[in-house]
Design a protein around this ligand. Structure first.
Ligand SMILES: O=C(O)C1=C[C@@H](OP(=O)(O)O)[C@@H](O)[C@H](O)C1
Ligand SMILES: C=C(OP(=O)(O)O)C(=O)O
Length: 426
């Protein structure tokens, strides 16, 4: 297995162009494909990574014409959800942003049965709350291996009506329904039940739907009314913001390495919830200037953080490794759904932080981290989780350093992360 040793780093300076946001990129690809037949959308600053390749492959398998102008500029020809090819199966790897939205959108547009599957981990990531909602609207869903988990076959299309969805495990189920229900002939009412997690991703979906001409009426905190028979309308050009979750590693490295480090692609105007990472980093003692479309970080002296980070589950992981460099304890709360992401992130994080000498309490929905007097060298397992690899790169700023197993698993969302890390921090 490939490993990477990082050690004794003391600077992180220069400029970094963030790759496109995974969450925006996969939504934009799907929404562009759903635009009225004949409408072309030019997607700029496209992320090219494992997750976006899975979405691209799936759309192409369904017959969507996507022209590659450059690797990061794609022209997508809309088909209004009238797929011209009928693949038997779509393989979606471990991309939640492909699996959940495609399940709902295909349930709305289906003409013949289709199987959706993914890698071994995707087959352990629940989807029952979404499929239950689709079934209420008349969809036919059959699980092929384990009830509630991919692989699944959609056997019958849905119609509108009142749909309840439990949002306590993943906001992606809600985003998926918000993208799919406008395509139905009938109107729908979408009611959210449970304590909804990761709200900013729902807001991101709503903002992007608006850019693609879809009208969603929010009638109360937990209810949406969605007119049927809507058509996605191409904004003609759509620029994909830099990835705010990926920005968290650079912001953290810029604090540890003193900066100045300028990050381009995301700023105060961002539609991504993970931009709130900056607020918490400042609370911890990081010096960050957030401009409209870029950010500058110039070091800082860190103290522990105690915060409910349910709204930013991805960027929140970065605080867990940053905690080792802070004075005092860090507690990250309300993150139970870390357990159903690329790996059980609560357990993985606790296990690997202990290898670096930290004292860690792993709660059902929190992690409490006491930094060691001196960080120890650890060989870090990354569990095929891009964020584990990228978070632990920060340990390169300790004297003892770190060995990261399988660093290239970062290709899920950021294929050249470690090349950039060497350039900026090496
Ligand atoms: O909608 C999205 O783009 C995402 C929502 C979040 O998932 P949950 O809603 O499952 O927390 C986040 O962790 C994931 O990386 C991307
Ligand atoms: C949880 C994540 O991915 P997914 O979109 O597969 O849920 C993530 O990128 O941290």
């Amino acid at each position: 297995m490939e490993t990477l040793v990082l050690k004794g780093l003391s600077r992180c300076t220069g400029e970094v162009d963030l790759p496109g946001s995974k969450s925006i990129a996969n939504r934009a690809l799907l929404m562009a494909a759903l635009c009225a037949p004949g409408q072309v959308t030019e997607l700029r600053h496209m992320l090219r990574s494992d997750d976006t390749e899975r979405m691209l492959e799936a759309l192409r398998a369904l017959g969507v014409v996507i022209e590659e102008v450059t690797p990061t500029t794609l022209r997508v020809l809309g088909n209004g959800g009238r797929w011209t090819a009928a693949p038997r199966q779509l393989y979606l790897g471990n991309a939640g942003t492909a699996m959940r939205p495609l399940t709902a959108v295909l349930a709305a547009t289906l003409t013949q049965p289709i199987e959706l599957t993914g890698d071994a981990r995707m087959q352990e990531r629940p989807i029952l709350d979404l499929t239950k909602a689709l079934q209420q609207a008349g969809a036919g869903v059959r699980f092929l291996q384990t009830d509630g988990y991919p692989p699944l076959v959609l056997t019958q299309a849905m119609h509108g009506g009142t749909v309840q969805v439990n949002g306590s495990a993943s906001s992606q189920y809600i985003s998926a329904l918000l993208m799919a229900l406008p395509l139905l002939a009938e109107d729908s009412v979408l009611e959210l039940t449970g304590t909804v997690v990761s709200w900013p991703y729902i807001k991101l979906t709503l903002a992007m739907l608006e850019s693609f001409g879809i009208v969603i009426e929010q009638t109360s905190a937990q209810q949406f009314v969605i007119r049927g028979g809507q058509t996605y309308t191409s904004p003609e050009r759509y620029w994909i913001e830099g990835d705010a979750s990926a920005a968290s590693y650079w912001l953290a490295a810029g604090v540890l390495g003193g900066g100045p480090l300028t990050l381009y692609g995301v700023g105060r105007k961002s539609i991504q919830g993970d931009i709130a990472f900056v607020d918490y980093l400042r609370k911890m003692g990081g010096n960050v200037e957030l401009h409209e479309e870029y950010a500058v970080v110039t070091g800082g002296k860190l103290k522990g953080l105690d915060a409910d980070l349910n709204a930013i589950p991805d960027a929140a992981m970065t605080f867990a490794t940053l905690a080792l460099f802070a004075e005092g304890e860090t507690c990250i709360r309300n993150i139970a759904n870390w357990r159903i992401k690329e790996t059980d992130r609560l357990h993985a994080m606790a296990t690997e932080l202990r290898k670096c000498g930290a004292t860690v309490e792993e709660g059902a929905d929190f992690i409490r981290i006491q930094p060691p007097a001196e960080i120890q060298h650890g060989q870090i397992a990354t569990y095929d989780d891009h964020r584990m690899a990228m978070c632990f790169s920060l340990l390169g700023f300790s004297g003892a350093g770190v060995t990261i197993e399988d660093p290239q698993c970062c290709a899920k969302t950021y294929p050249n992360y470690f090349a950039e890390f060497a350039r900026l921090c090496g």
